[in-house]
Design a protein around this ligand. Structure first.
Ligand code: TXA
Ligand code: MG
Length: 335
């Protein structure tokens, strides 16, 4: 198997930009850990992140920006979030903010959520983002279940046979992931919730925000790695459907249709050729669009469980779970 090319940051900008603009993934150093980056506006590129990591689930990814102006075009900042960005960016702090729908961020990045996790990293990555003029989605550059890569060599050992380019910026200075917080209006005023501890100490955030960070789960919602707020369609979801029943919509996959497909109130095909990467990129948008048809039930054709199919089926299973049951906030594996 051919191994990834490793280029030092001093000579990597052009090649990394070219690959990212063509929809490829590239391993890039940040001050926290190496990120496995893709153009956040390109669904198939983002699907490649999950494919490369072998992540069995689509959890929302952090989007990286080059400037506060770019962040303001992607998300809505309340005054306190803006104050935190001014104080800590560039740096290891990620803010969860309401997403601007017109920003062009692909829904696979946010796993269909109406919020987005944003940060401005230190070093090479903002230069690269400025060069391509697009935000980068990037989880840590490691395969699912492995520890985060903090050197180019570690990334090469883990992912070198699966990616084309690793940008070498030496060992990452912080060595652990960014701190994630979300500012929210709670009963009795504005609060800041700590969603993931990381490279920016909680005390430093408290000193700027002038409030104590709220920790722990708010009835299970948004605890680190929890999925309660993921997009759930209004329609019931019938998985591995062998037919289409009266009044149902159909989420199809591949070249062949199940029985009764012509009766579907609306039908969208995740990938007419049966390409799982294309299907992953279309998944959230198509669930939304079929839901808009107002049917009580969405039938879903069988989708293979190999490769990205595992994450697609996981997401559909969550969408199919009865509402208000524990299965809605199944913990996410850390990756
Ligand atoms: O240091 C870092 O943050 C690294 C480097 C590469 O920048 N990135 C990183 O990204 O750790 P990622 O995508 O692995 O982080 C995902 C975390 C998950 O715990 C996820 O639940 C949370 O961010 N997250 C993302 N979007 C969210 C949202 N809309 N609401 C709540 N949590 C969110
Ligand atoms: Mg990780």
């Amino acid at each position: 198997m051919e191994l990834a090319e490793i280029l030092p940051i001093g000579s990597a900008l052009g090649e990394a930009a070219r690959r990212l603009l063509s929809g490829d993934v590239v391993a890039i150093p940040t001050e926290t850990v190496y990120g496995l980056a893709a153009d956040a506006t390109n669904g198939e590129a983002v699907a490649r992140i999950f494919e490369t990591k072998g992540r069995p689930r689509f959890n929302p990814l952090i989007t990286h920006v080059a400037t506060i102006a770019m962040a303001e075009r992607i998300a809505l900042f309340d005054p306190l979030s803006r104050k935190l960005a001014d104080a800590f960016w560039p740096g290891p702090l990620t803010l969860v903010l309401p997403l601007r729908k017109e920003a062009g961020i692909h829904p696979l990045v946010t796993a269909g959520l109406e919020t987005i996790a944003l940060r401005m990293p230190v070093g090479f990555m903002p230069d690269l983002i400025a060069e391509i003029g697009r935000p980068l989605a990037a989880p840590s550059a490691n395969s699912s279940g492995r520890i985060s890569g903090t050197t180019a060599e570690a990334v090469e050992r883990d992912l070198g046979s699966r990616i084309g380019l690793i940008v070498d910026g030496g060992p990452t200075p912080v060595g652990l992931e960014s701190t994630i917080v979300k500012v929210g209006v709670e009963v009795g005023g504005v609060g800041v919730r700590l969603l993931r501890p990381g490279g920016t100490p909680a005390e430093a955030i408290e000193a700027v925000a002038c409030v104590r960070l709220e920790r722990g789960a708010k009835s299970g919602v948004e605890a680190p790695g929890m999925l309660l707020s993921h997009y759930a369609p209004k329609a019931a979801v019938r998985l591995d459907a062998g037919d289409v029943r009266a009044g149902e919509t159909l989420l199809a996959f591949g070249p062949e249709r199940v029985e009764g497909a012509e009766k579907a109130r609306a039908c969208l095909n995740l990938s007419p050729t049966g390409d799982l990467r294309e299907a992953a990129a279309n998944l959230f948008t198509y669930m939304h669009r079929l839901d808009a048809a107002g049917a009580a039930t969405m039938a879903v054709e069988p989708i293979p469980r190999s490769g990205l199919g595992e994450a697609i089926n996981d997401r559909l299973k969550r969408a199919a779970a009865p509402r208000d049951t524990p299965s809605r906030d199944m913990p996410l594996s850390r990756s």
